[in-house]
Design a protein. Structure first.
Length: 94
């Protein structure tokens, strides 16, 4: 991305970033669940309130017991707690 004079031309990377943002923002800002949201939010018993709040501190991000062989061992209790609070305050489709 260097010009003939040796200086760096940022036009191409900036243009690529803007085009990528515009393409993805049409999905993101439409309010639809995307990629793994369905499993992480709609399919997570901790987010849906099917378990006690203390349970989310012993489960992985996907709602599986950390000790389970099916667990991805991705421990993110604050993220899951924020999903739970959002569901309680705004509803599941907010």
């Amino acid at each position: 991305f260097k010009t003939m004079a040796g200086s760096i031309n940022y036009d191409i990377p900036y243009t690529c970033a803007i085009v990528t943002f515009v393409i993805h923002s049409s999905i993101i800002f439409s309010g639809e669940f995307v990629w793994d949201d369905r499993a992480a939010i709609l399919g997570n018993p901790d987010v849906l309130g099917h378990r006690g709040i203390g349970q989310l501190f012993s489960n992985d991000f996907w709602g599986q017991q950390m000790s389970s062989s099916d667990s991805h061992k991705s421990f993110r209790p604050l993220a899951v707690l924020s999903f739970l609070i959002s569901r309680i305050v705004y509803g599941i489709n907010a």
